[in-house]
Design a protein around this ligand. Sequence first.
Ligand SMILES: Nc1ncnc2c1ncn2[C@@H]1O[C@H](COP(=O)(O)OP(=O)(O)O)[C@@H](O)[C@H]1O
Ligand SMILES: [Mg+2]
Length: 367
Amino acid sequence: MNVNQLKLIHFRNYENTSFSFDSNCIHYLYGKNAQGKTNLIEAIYFLSHLHSFRTNQLSSLVMKENESLIIEAKVESNKQNEHLKVVVSHHKKHLFRFLNPVNKYSDFVGIVNAILFCPDDMMIFSQSPKFRRRFIDMELIKLSKTYTTTLSHYQKILKERNLALKQNEINDALIDIYTDQMIQDEKIILNQRNHFIEQLILKAKQIYPFFSSEKEIIDAKYETFVSIDDDLEENLIHAYQKSLAKDKLYHQTNLGIHKDDIQFLLNGSNINDVASQGQKRSFLLALKLGLAQIIYEKSHQYPILLLDDVFSELDDIRKKQLIQKLPLNMQIFITTTEWMDPSSFGSRPVKFYKIEKGSIKEVDHGR
Ligand SMILES: Nc1ncnc2c1ncn2[C@@H]1O[C@H](COP(=O)(O)OP(=O)(O)O)[C@@H](O)[C@H]1O
Ligand SMILES: [Mg+2]
């Protein structure tokens, strides 16, 4: 997957800027602080996810003193050319594919599959479980249509069930119907989430040692209220039967996948309790690169990798190790404040760009 052309109009500090990028090439974007490096990463991420990783406020993305923004891109996805356009105007997103309007977000999200690593991502380890669930959901939504429809159905039924539990006269038959529907959805979601984490940590375990001089062992476990085994349906039925009295007492659904979590472990302990910043960074990088591998196996193409400020705090040896570990045949964007010696990239295709005040200039590095 590659973004070959990108045009930003009134996106953050980009007034009207066109970019052309090479397929399967590392794009090394460097420049001083506050010049627009992360903004560029954010635009590609937005094209993929239809939301930003920095703000929930669509209006912050629009260049100050303007009404609307445009992100337009020519993309190569599964050897097909795509023309995508997003217009944000008056707090609304308008989507176009080959200039035809796309009405459903789910028909647009994932056409561009981009994976992001940014320093704030490390908070995934310390934040509340909601953020870890969001991480799984975001990736599975891009990977599986069944997951997307099942999850939104589950959320709808959960709301209905909670509403039914708040009535003065609780309708037991109705609660039963909702419980049954939740169980059917949860069977699908739990299996997919559990399988995803198992696969992901398997890949990450192979990658992690490249970033770590110590011999730590990393692991991850999906945590839920039932055991995920061959008797999953019975386990769910039993759990809901046991919790029904409590649900009625508290007027809410106390059990469900909306409360699940992922445990990330370093040498058997919760990573948050034992790991240094460097270890957390390496763990997260291993997860992200593992994710790229999973996407490749599933879709036969690598996602675009967005590495924002990934080099800060890494010494030169680790930087080189990271570059060597990046998969070939992958379009990669790296932002940093420092110039890097082109020889660090070995024989990999790499292009250097200087970002300054919302403009981009390719720099010839003489290789
Ligand atoms: N909506 C906006 N309109 C105009 N400029 C913006 C907007 N949002 C952010 N900026 C500007 O973008 C710059 C920050 O860009 P960013 O990509 O985060 O920097 P960096 O190069 O350090 O990654 C700042 O100068 C900021 O004022
Ligand atoms: Mg930045």
